[in-house]
Design a protein around this ligand. Structure first.
Ligand SMILES: [Fe+2]
Length: 124
C-alpha cells in the first residue's frame, strides 16, 4: 500500500475510533442523566450499549496499530451530549418524553447511536 494511502487509512480509522470513544462517553452520560417515566429502562438500555462500543474501539485501535499508526486517545467532540433526542413522527424530541418510542417489553428503543450510521443493538 502506498504511504499516502496507508496514512489516509490510518487517519480515517482514527476518526472512527474517536467516534467510538464519543459514543462510549455519551451512552454513559445518557444513562446517568435520562429522566422521565422510562428512566429505568433507558438507563439500562444506554448502559448495555457501552460494551459493544468498547469492542468497536478495540477493533479499530488494533487495526491502526497493525498498520503502524498510533491510535487516537481522545473522543470526537459533540455539542449535543446533554440533550439526547430521537426522531419521531413529529420531528426530533428529547428521548425522555412520554412520546418516547421505548419498547418496555424488549427494552429496545428507536434512539440512534451518536456516531455515524450506528443503531444501538444492531452490531454496527
Ligand atoms: Fe460503534
Amino acid at each position: 500500500m502506498a504511504k499516502d494511502a496507508k496514512q489516509r487509512l490510518i487517519d480515517g480509522l482514527n476518526k472512527d475510533l474517536q467516534g467510538e470513544f464519543q459514543a462510549i462517553i455519551m451512552y454513559r452520560l445518557y444513562a446517568s442523566i435520562v429522566q422521565g417515566p422510562y428512566r429505568q429502562e433507558l438507563r439500562t438500555f444506554f448502559a448495555n450499549e457501552i460494551p459493544e462500543e468498547l469492542l468497536h474501539a478495540q477493533v479499530l485501535a488494533d487495526k491502526i496499530a497493525a498498520l503502524g499508526g498510533i491510535p487516537a486517545a481522545t473522543p470526537a467532540t459533540s455539542s449535543g451530549a446533554r440533550k439526547p433526542k430521537q426522531r419521531g413522527s413529529t420531528g426530533w424530541q428529547p428521548i425522555w418524553t412520554r412520546s418516547s418510542r421505548m419498547n418496555r417489553s424488549t427494552g429496545t428503543s428507536s434512539a440512534r447511536c451518536s456516531h455515524a450510521g450506528h443503531r444501538p443493538g444492531s452490531g454496527g
